[in-house]
Design a protein around this ligand. Structure first.
Ligand SMILES: O=C(O)/C=C/C(=O)/C=C/C=C(\O)C(=O)O
Length: 289
């Protein structure tokens, strides 16, 4: 664990753990920041080059300063975690990986913030391990059923697929320009960092394509089981989300007994990045009340 809220970097908080859980035997990478009686786990999305740090670097410090320990898990098949081919439910695979990590870290109960695939995986984890969860924050995901208005796959999901198959700077820019409402907020430095991340692990790219071929439905629909989740849940969506449409958040709101929904205007699929300050305040308020 790091001790000082304001002085931490990806490198200084980088850790590895070996997990054996539910048929998985993997080395996982995670970042471990801050200390406190309560822990918040952050689970990233499924884009090429994503990681806990890449998705949530704007959201760590306020939680650490408020006295939470923050764990950013790199899911199997992303960043510095071991490669994996997923033939079944990737949501459940990630949930098993998280359970394995919590066991290694001796953490009984955690709050979870999930972004997109991370939100799908959070729902899978909550269904399998209800006694291990505190509060849930699901952002742009959760698999509560298809959109009533937008044909699937959405334009964003198609662009993710194209980037996995052909990892070029042109395809990366096409995908990232759709991530956010205001593409002028994306810098060349951000594009380059993300390109470096994804090209560093071509095995992950190839495995994702292989997995999608073996099973195109990596994230099963949990809508029929949402009523089983009794945790307080904050749903966060961007009104202009072009990856996982905003009305799928309404389905989750209808299905999760203790859910509330906040929709950001002028916001795409990366609410935690585009509206970081407001998002951070909302999360802290939700966790403490
Ligand atoms: O296919 C899905 O439902 C999930 C898609 C994602 O998880 C996309 C996430 C993209 C990111 O947040 C990223 O940083 O790559």
């Amino acid at each position: 664990m790091t001790t000082t809220a304001s002085v931490f970097t990806e490198a200084s908080t980088s850790r590895f753990a070996r997990i054996k859980e539910g048929g998985l035997d993997l080395q996982l990478h995670y970042n471990d920041v801050g200390q406190g009686a309560e822990t918040v786990v952050m689970l990233h999305g499924s884009g090429p080059g994503a990681s806990g740090w890449a998705n949530f670097h704007r959201n760590i410090e306020p939680l650490v300063t408020a006295g939470y320990r923050v764990i950013l898990l790199d899911c199997p098949g992303w960043s510095k975690s071991d490669p994996v081919v997923s033939e079944g439910s990737r949501s459940n695979l990630n949930a098993s990986a998280l359970k394995g990590l919590l066991d290694v870290l001796d953490l009984d109960r955690v709050h979870i913030i999930g972004n997109s695939m991370g939100a799908h995986s959070t729902v899978a984890f909550a269904l399998e391990n209800p006694e291990r969860i505190g509060k849930l924050i699901l952002m742009g995901g959760g698999t509560g059923g298809p959109s009533a208005f937008v044909p699937q796959p959405t334009e964003g999901i198609k662009l993710i697929g194209a980037l996995y198959r052909e990892p070029t700077i042109e395809n990366l820019k096409k995908m990232m320009n759709v991530f956010v409402f205001d593409a002028s907020s994306l810098t060349e430095e951000l594009f380059q960092t993300r390109l470096d991340n994804l090209l560093a692990r071509r095995d992950h790219l190839e495995n994702f394509v292989k997995s999608s071929t073996l099973n195109p439905k990596q994230f099963p629909d949990f809508s029929h089981r949402l009523h089983e989740i009794s945790a307080e849940t904050l749903l966060v969506w961007g009104r202009e989300d072009r990856f996982v449409p905003m009305d799928t958040g309404l389905r989750l709101l209808a299905g999760l007994p203790k859910a509330q929904l906040h929709v950001f205007n002028r916001c795409g699929h990366w609410a935690q990045w585009e509206h970081a300050d407001t998002f951070n305040r909302m999360v802290l308020d939700f966790l403490t009340h």
